[in-house]
Design a binder for this molecule. Structure first.
Ligand code: HEM
Length: 493
């Protein structure tokens, strides 16, 4: 069910989202659901220590799934299947999840009819997510996963596949049969196809791995996680890397051409042919990401295919409600023609959010002219002023963000009333930049009026944050700069 359109967006156009009370009801529903998980001995260990991010994402997800705005699809990249395959979901676990969901529905959705309609769909989904049999008494084993300890076994198998070690891959599969679960098998297959290892691909096909098993492909290095990937079939990656022997093997095994591959690779003639037969495919959701609304338009953008994008948009009536994700992708590519095409087609620039588009000499004014700006939620602080994810001191980026709407005294907020997580600290850009030791960023912030005495929600100043900085941070220089309040310039190079 999860991989096919019927399971996709069951409530779209049904008016359910508005009928039950819109986003405030969905927020209460998710809060009630997560409050239930917090105290559940069976479910709680399956979730991360901090539930705040999960809650926030689920609010976006359930709003979209219940027929509301498409915000989740703009920010997520995985399928529900992928998201849950590293969570050991037994029938008992699914039953418990559903029990909490039912309680949460009873507490928040007034009409009984609506509650049953929603529960019915959630029930099918929860059962479709069952991926483990119940453990035997006393059994404790490390489950295969894409990340963490369970991810090592997948990493080993993908390394073997990349090196073309057929015997090694066969042995890994014999040792850990869970590697044949589509998510992991897809990862191994993709690695083999990318590297042109026809022998490994042949062996995986003989093990019963589907010729069309998709897996996420990294398509960029900048932007947020969900902007850097697209799901691609083995045939798609074999063509991308020009691996003819892998391609013919897959085609012999029944691999199918699809509109997402044509869009991503810019295969013009195949795209035109496909759309002549079925014009609606231009905006059909990618079944590889089940509940997400990711269409061939997003694939064309991910592949940087301007002409494919033009062809696809030609089959979609304007104005069109999608496009915010594609617009962000096109902007991250720095592609003026793609951004122009999307804006002409009605893509909503006001939803583009934080990104390096602010630095682009043509795109920044183009997008700003269509309503794009950096909002005051302080999400720009996370993107530009923290030392996380190997970010570097980037004063030009910060200056450009400030030019397009960010303010030096913005606080990194988040959900109102949140009591945990970084956002609850309600700190300023200067707090984060001080802790990261970003001297040039601090200087820009001070020039723009940032207050070095600002307090976070615990009463701490940027100087207090500096005390908790990594040892590599040049504390004396940061201290001096903060004390100068921007009036004294010092050299940093
Ligand atoms: C069957 C029992 C289920 C269990 C045990 C379960 C458990 C989990 C866990 C542990 C996560 C990861 C949370 C995190 O990293 O913060 C997750 C994510 C998620 N779950 Fe479930 N889940 C179940 C069913 C469902 C169902 C039926 C739906 C949809 C109706 C759903 C929707 C989601 C979504 C959308 C996410 C990802 C949120 C994000 O993008 O961060 N889950 N689930």
């Amino acid at each position: 069910m999860l991989r096919h359109s019927p399971g996709f967006r069951p409530f779209r156009g049904a008016g359910l989202f508005d009928r039950i009370g819109g986003q405030p009801t969905v927020d209460r529903l998710v809060d009630a659901l997560y409050d239930g998980f917090e105290n559940d001995e069976l479910l709680r260990p399956l979730f991360p220590r901090d539930l705040a991010d999960g809650r926030a994402m689920q609010k976006l997800f359930f709003a979209e799934w219940l027929g509301g705005p498409h915000r989740y699809s703009e920010q997520a990249y995985g399928s529900l299947l992928h998201r849950h395959e590293s969570v050991p979901v037994t029938r008992a676990v699914a039953g418990r999840w559903l029990w909490h969901f039912r309680q949460a529905l009873s507490a928040t959705v007034a009409a009984e009819d609506d509650r049953w309609t929603i529960l019915d769909q959630a029930h099918s989904l929860a059962l479709a997510l069952v991926n483990r049999s119940s453990p035997a008494a006393g059994e404790r084993r490390q489950h295969v996963a894409l990340h963490g300890v369970g991810g090592r076994v997948v990493k080993r198998a993908t390394d073997l596949a990349r090196r073309g070690d057929v015997a090694g891959v066969d042995a890994a599969l014999a040792e850990e049969p869970d590697l044949l679960i589509p998510t992991y098998a897809g990862a191994i297959m993709q690695e083999a196809a990318l590297a042109g290892r026809a022998d490994v691909v042949g062996s995986l096909l003989r093990h019963g791995v589907g010729a069309d098993t998709p897996f996420r492909l990294q398509v960029g290095v900048v932007g947020r996680a969900y902007e850097r990937v697209v799901f691609a079939t083995p045939l798609c990656v074999a063509r991308l890397k020009r691996r003819p022997s892998v391609e013919s093997l897959l085609l012999e095994a029944g691999a199918r051409e699809d509109v997402f591959t044509s869009a991503f690779l810019g295969d013009h003639s195949s795209l035109v042919r496909t759309l002549e037969d079925e014009p609606d495919l231009a905006r059909s959701p990618d079944p590889a990401v089940d509940v997400l609304d990711i269409t061939p338009v997003d694939h064309a953008v991910a592949g940087g295919q301007v002409e494919a994008l033009r062809v696809l948009l030609g089959h979609i009536a304007a104005p069109w409600d999608g496009g915010a994700r594609a617009l962000r992708g096109a902007a991250e590519h720095g592609s003026v023609p793609m951004v122009e095409l999307l804006l002409d087609h009605g893509a909503d620039a006001t939803r583009i959010g934080v990104g390096r588009w602010v630095l682009h000499p043509e795109l920044a004014p183009l997008l700003a002219g269509s309503g794009a700006s950096i909002d005051s939620s302080g999400s720009w602080i996370g993107a530009a002023c923290t030392g996380n994810q190997a970010r570097k001191d980037d004063p030009d980026y910060v200056r450009a963000l400030l030019r397009y709407g960010a303010r030096a005294d913005d606080r990194r907020t988040g959900e109102p009333g949140r009591t945990s997580g970084v956002e609850a600290l309600n700190a300023t850009a200067l707090h984060y930049a001080a802790k990261a030791g970003f001297l040039r960023t601090i200087e820009v912030l001070l020039e723009h009026g940032a207050d070095p005495r600002a307090l976070d929600s615990r009463g701490h100043t940027p100087l207090d944050w500096l005390e908790t900085a990594a040892r590599s941070v040049p504390r004396a220089a940061v201290r001096e700069l903060l004390a100068s309040q921007g009036s004294t310039k010092i050299g940093f190079e």
